[in-house]
Design a protein around this ligand. Structure first.
Ligand SMILES: Nc1ncnc2c1ncn2[C@@H]1O[C@H](COP(=O)(O)OP(=O)(O)OP(=O)(O)O)[C@@H](O)[C@H]1O
Length: 371
């Protein structure tokens, strides 16, 4: 396959412009975050947010121009309001300064509720919790999708045994993969594992908005977004840009993790996304042979923390070999052992989430505009 270069991409993009920006997008310095991986090209065009809707034809023209380069299989282009240059991560717009448009565009047509599953730090079992909650919601009769927004280490493909690649084809919306009845989309389906991490940071917001808008999600009651771990700029920007109905924070009982979880909570509060509650993962350990329970991390911290800060406690999930083994083999415990106690724990959490979503309705979702 012919390898595509950044210069080729820029040369072709010099042919794309719009009267409202007064020239072509390259000369105006509007193109950033160019990522070329395996014949696929991703990049952002920075535009004033109030012009984003009218510049959609320009975005499509840019996509088409790049797709016509020999060796390019597909192009994904995002219009962003971020400035080119500066730090490697997108600069969050402070919520206080950000007007909430009353003429918000619908987030994802056909998707009733988007919920984020987040954690203050990595390795607390956020992705495992996200997929099991998604399956729990599905077992309650809801139509559910999973969007893996953890572009630094997408683990949903492995957790749901949904591997392989997806190739965007021109204007057609990308069909999500299917796993255990869930519709699934992950950056892992689009980008090579070797894609350097340094390229992924700036892509996080544009990649997510593309995965939301350019994937054929169909009709869904709930789309569960597995957020990247942490509470940095990328997460904050994402929480601002995705029209989320609510967030679920996953934490282990360790104090440190709880401090981190509090950061996660504050992040969503800053951008007016309701926190649906806290899940305590790896809450306690039950010895498989003797049945004795050990609170190895100091059990109960999340419940107390939830009470203290006034958010619902959604439930606890034990540290158990079966949860780990089923996750790691791509058969989450809710489907591999649906009658067991762990599946029951996730279903109970899912019930609480379903009930609080019913309370929020569509009216309560923040009106956040895609840029
Ligand atoms: N309740 C549990 N009991 C036993 N193992 C668990 C449990 N929850 C998660 N794990 C295991 O912990 C590891 C990390 O889980 P997972 O990938 O879900 O975490 P994460 O917070 O999403 O991590 P990262 O921040 O790296 O994306 C996995 O091997 C998973 O199987």
């Amino acid at each position: 396959m012919t390898s595509v270069t950044r210069d080729q991409v820029l040369a072709r993009l010099r042919e794309v412009g719009h009267a409202s920006i007064g020239g072509d997008i390259v000369s105006k310095g509007l193109v950033s975050d160019i990522l070329i991986a395996d014949g696929k090209v991703f990049f952002s065009i920075s535009v004033p947010s109030d012009l984003a809707a009218s510049l959609e034809p320009m975005r499509l023209a840019a996509e088409k121009a790049v797709t016509s380069i020999d060796g390019v299989q597909s192009a994904m282009v995002a219009l962003t309001a971020e400035r080119k240059g500066g730090s490697s991560s997108p600069q969050p717009q402070r919520p206080a300064a950000q007007p909430q448009s009353t003429a918000a565009k619908p987030g994802v047509p056909g998707v009733d509720h988007i919920i984020a599953v987040a954690s203050g730090k990595g390795g607390v079992g956020k992705s495992t919790t996200a997929v099991n909650i998604a399956l729990g919601l599905q077992s309650l009769g809801l139509r559910v999708g999973v969007l893996d927004a953890d572009i630094y280490g997408p683990s949903v493909p492995r957790l749901l045994k949904a591997t392989g690649r997806l190739t965007p084809a021109g204007k057609e919306k990308l069909p999500p993969k299917q796993a255990y009845g869930l519709k699934v989309m992950s950056m892992g389906f689009l980008v090579d594992e070797e894609t350097p991490m340094i390229w992924r940071g700036p892509m996080v917001v544009s990649a997510l908005t593309q995965m939301l808008r350019e994937v054929d999600w169909g009709e869904l009651d709930v789309l569960v977004v597995d957020m990247p771990p942490g509470t940095g700029d990328a997460q904050l920007t994402m929480a601002q840009k995705v029209p989320m109905a609510g967030a679920v924070i996953v934490s282990t009982p360790q104090d440190l993790a709880l401090l981190d979880a509090r950061k996660g909570l504050n992040m969503f509060r800053k951008v007016d996304v309701p926190v649906l509650g806290l899940v305590e993962n790896m809450s306690y350990f039950v010895c498989p042979s003797c049945g004795e329970r050990s609170d190895i991390f100091g059990h109960g911290g999340a419940r107390e923390e939830a009470q203290k800060i006034g958010v619902p406690f959604l439930g606890e999930v034990p540290l158990h070999m079966d949860i780990r083994a089923s996750s790691d083999s791509g058969e989450p415990v809710v489907v591999s052992a649906p009658d067991g106690p762990h599946a029951e724990a996730y279903r109970r959490i899912a019930e609480k989430i379903r009930d609080s979503l019913a309370g929020i309705g569509e009216v309560g979702a923040p009106s956040i505009v895609f840029e």
